[in-house]
Write a protein that binds this ligand. Structure first.
Ligand code: SF4
Length: 267
């Protein structure tokens, strides 16, 4: 057996068994360096859920729970073609909506949530997605994560930090938070970063988790945050700027249209 696969196995087991309590808290200067390196790797973080306006983003985000953005992007074109407005989606037969969103999982609950949210937007908000956290979390199927995505991406409003499963994991592994609930992790991230950073730090940590710091197979050796991370294992390849460039390549390749090939050679 070669040494490379063995090292990858060690990385996977060691990092996946770290618990937040065993990771040293990152000092303020470390958190600042995390922000600097992530900004270098991901200068313009982009929401990977296809959408055309705040309502379609809201619906896509609800559908993304326990699913992948890629899967959601395969069902939303037909969904919004058949039901192009909040009123149309709210009035649609439940079975038709369920059939369209079936592939995203938990389809009955999700169909109920997106129809309920659309009905509330139509009846209570004149067909427009509200712009406050208080109003958004009153909509069926909408909690703080979805509300933060809509406020940040659609309206540019920094009311909090988006905390999904990727952000929870990376924040814990990096020592940015020792909490285990999304709510507390969001509070910790809001305390560690200035409000103007809130929208982008959430999306950058999410993309780090999606493309480098996976749940079962973190690629520590190719992570731009290696030197800063209390959960790192193995040895880093090259400089952090090299690794940041690899991350940028992976994100660009994922965003390329099907058949376009990678934007640059994969890391
Ligand atoms: S070094 Fe990077 S990939 Fe490894 S656990 Fe830390 S953040 Fe995740």
């Amino acid at each position: 057996m070669s040494t490379a696969p063995r090292r990858r196995y060690v990385v996977r087991v060691a990092a996946s068994k770290k618990t937040p309590a065993r990771v040293a808290a990152l000092p303020p200067e470390g958190a600042a360096e995390v922000a600097t390196r992530l900004a270098a790797a991901i200068p313009e973080p982009r929401c990977e859920l296809d959408h055309r306006d705040p309502w379609t983003l809201l619906i896509a985000t609800i559908l993304s729970a326990q699913s992948t953005d890629r899967t959601v992007n395969t069902v939303t074109p037909l969904l919004f073609q058949k039901f192009p407005t909040p009123a149309a989606l709210a009035a649609a037969p439940a079975a038709e909506v369920e059939a369209v969103v079936h592939r995203t999982g938990f389809f009955r609950n999700k169909a109920k949530a997106i129809q309920g949210a659309s009905l509330a937007i139509h009846q209570r908000h004149g067909g427009e997605v509200p712009r406050t956290m208080a109003e958004l979390v009153q909509l069926p199927g909408v909690a703080r994560k979805t509300a933060n995505v809509v406020l940040g991406v659609a309206f540019g409003l920094a009311e909090g930090v988006v905390v999904d499963t990727h952000v929870m994991r990376t924040a814990q592994r990096l020592g940015l938070s020792a909490a285990t609930s999304a709510e507390k992790i969001e509070q910790d991230l809001c305390a560690r970063f200035a409000r103007p950073q809130w929208i982008e730090i959430g999306h950058r940590l999410l993309l780090l988790g999606r493309y480098v710091c996976g749940a079962k197979d973190p690629r520590c050796d190719d992570c731009p945050l290696f030197e800063l991370c209390g959960s790192r294992v193995g040895e880093a390849l090259g400089t952090w700027r090299d690794r940041a460039a690899h991350l940028a390549d992976r994100i660009a390749a994922a965003a390329a249209p099907p058949g376009a090939g990678p934007a640059s050679p994969p890391a």
